[in-house]
Design a protein around this ligand. Structure first.
Ligand code: SF4
Length: 454
């Protein structure tokens, strides 16, 4: 199995460079910040998709979508200024829209001229991702993933960290500086992840820093092997009231586990089980995540029964995640499942949850789309509001399928790569059921926290 080269793949998902700076330096002088008026259209919202600026314009009952990016003559555009391409999307052209696009071009050109920026300068200033030290990506649901290391002692078949990893905070000093600047208490979770975070000896102290800064809930995401060492879990006891431990465990037995992790050391499985046993015994909030690909799909119901028999209510939740087609999973795409193949095993596991009271679920974003398992939407861990959008630019909600779906808010979208391979046959707009009654804790813009603003 090959691994993606981290130095080659430097991008991270959904990065929006310097939201506040774009508003102050470009959109406000250009007259393009909501609620500005442009040729009779009201600018209702804007966003940055990493390569373009996009606006939603409204006039009467009519909506139009304008798009602009630094000038590139090989890219289609409705009009070009010296530094900008401007165009529209998803809607009929009208003379009024043409006039609005002309004003958008003039406004952008004027603002970039005032700063002495040509197309290359605009690209560098507003369309290039800042250094990782300058920004933090906050995930939907106000979750902050802190990656304390890029290293890992396993090579999971599905690892998506190999295709871009945001928020690498490599030291106690960096973390101390970070927690001093961000509103930790306003986040729902601070999640220590990696790589494998327990490879970092200072992890308990780092957890303590987040705890001391008032983080409402802290999660350590781990493969568990490092926590099997005597005393390892006890180091986290002072933080137990706000600390959860999320163990990755993908099989009931060592042989299948080794296959999922591409790791020949069968003893690691025993170590993980010992660590989970101990974490339950010590009263930590314990979550198990089982990522599902072709090798372990058939074991899903048995895994749920086994976990219930071994840990019972000692588990806070058991999550079966669909392996996103990115990173290693995409390199191992012969092992990627069709959504439809997951339905029966997942349903059997969810039924066990209903019968026992154990929370058995799938994640809102690493999941089979809700319309594929509509009878089990209550088994999705819903945390973000994706109304009219997707969790990241790698996913889509194809209008031809998703148009009019009542579950738009709870759906994170479907990976473009999945659709490229398997098509959209399994998807179906949900129109016969209302949106589930859940309190979605949406995270509003900016999706990237600019530390220079904090
Ligand atoms: S139809 Fe589209 S928007 Fe609705 S749940 Fe399915 S994938 Fe999501």
């Amino acid at each position: 199995m090959g691994l993606l080269d981290r130095t080659v793949i430097a991008r991270t998902k959904g990065a929006v460079p310097r939201q506040a700076a774009i508003e102050a330096d470009l959109l406000r002088p250009a007259g393009l910040l909501p609620p500005a008026q442009v040729a009779g259209f009201a600018v209702t919202s804007w966003r940055h998709d990493g390569a373009h600026l996009l606006w939603i314009l409204a006039r009467g009952g009519e909506t139009a979508h304008a798009i602009a990016g630094p000038r590139r003559d090989d890219d289609g555009a409705y009009l070009r200024t010296a530094a900008w391409n401007v165009g529209y999307r998803e809607g009929a052209y009208s003379a009024e829209l043409g006039a609005a696009l002309g004003l958008i071009g003039q406004g952008l050109q004027g603002a970039s001229d005032a700063l002495g920026l040509d197309a290359a300068g605009a690209t560098l200033r507003w369309f290039t991702r800042p250094a990782v030290d300058d920004v933090l990506e906050i995930s939907p649901g106000k979750k902050l993933y802190v990656r304390v290391t890029d290293h890992c002692d396993e090579k999971c078949l599905f690892c998506n960290a190999t295709e871009g990893n945001a928020n690498i905070v490599p030291s106690k000093t960096a973390l101390r500086s970070l927690v001093a600047r961000i509103p930790t208490g306003q986040l729902t979770q601070v999640i220590f992840s990696g790589g494998e975070p327990t490879l970092v000896k200072a992890l308990p102290e780092m957890v303590g820093l987040a705890y001391g800064a008032g983080a409402r809930q802290i999660i350590v995401q781990t493969n568990g092997v490092g926590l099997a060492r005597p005393g390892a879990l006890e180091a986290y006891l002072p933080y137990r009231d706000r600390l959860g431990i999320g163990f990755s465990l993908h099989a009931t037995d060592a042989a299948l586990s080794a296959q999922m992790l591409d790791h020949p050391d069968l003893l690691r499985h025993d170590a993980k089980l010992r660590a989970i046993d101990r974490a339950v015994e010590l009263g930590f909030l314990v979550k198990l995540t089982c990522v599902v690909m072709r090798p372990n799909l058939g074991q899903v119901p048995a895994f749920a029964r086994w976990a219930w028999a071994r840990w019972g209510k000692g588990l806070a939740r058991l999550q079966f995640s669909y392996a996103m087609p990115r990173g290693n999973a995409w390199l191992n795409r012969h092992l990627v499942l069709r959504f439809g193949e997951c339905v029966a095993p997942f349903a059997e596991a969810f039924e066990l949850g209903r019968a026992t009271g154990l929370r058995i679920e799938t994640s809102q974003s690493a999941c089979v789309p809700p319309c594929v398992m509509p009878d089990y939407v209550d088994h999705q861990d819903l945390y973000g509001d994706f109304a009219g959008r997707t969790a990241d630019p790698e996913r889509v909600k194809p209008e031809a399928v998703c148009g009019g779906c009542n579950w738009d808010r709870i759906c994170a979208g479907v990976w473009r790569r999945y659709i490229d391979v398997f098509g959209t046959d399994e998807l179906r707009a949900v129109t016969d059921r209302p949106e589930p009654a859940v309190d979605l804790d949406d995270f509003v813009q900016p999706e990237v926290l600019d530390l220079t603003d904090c």
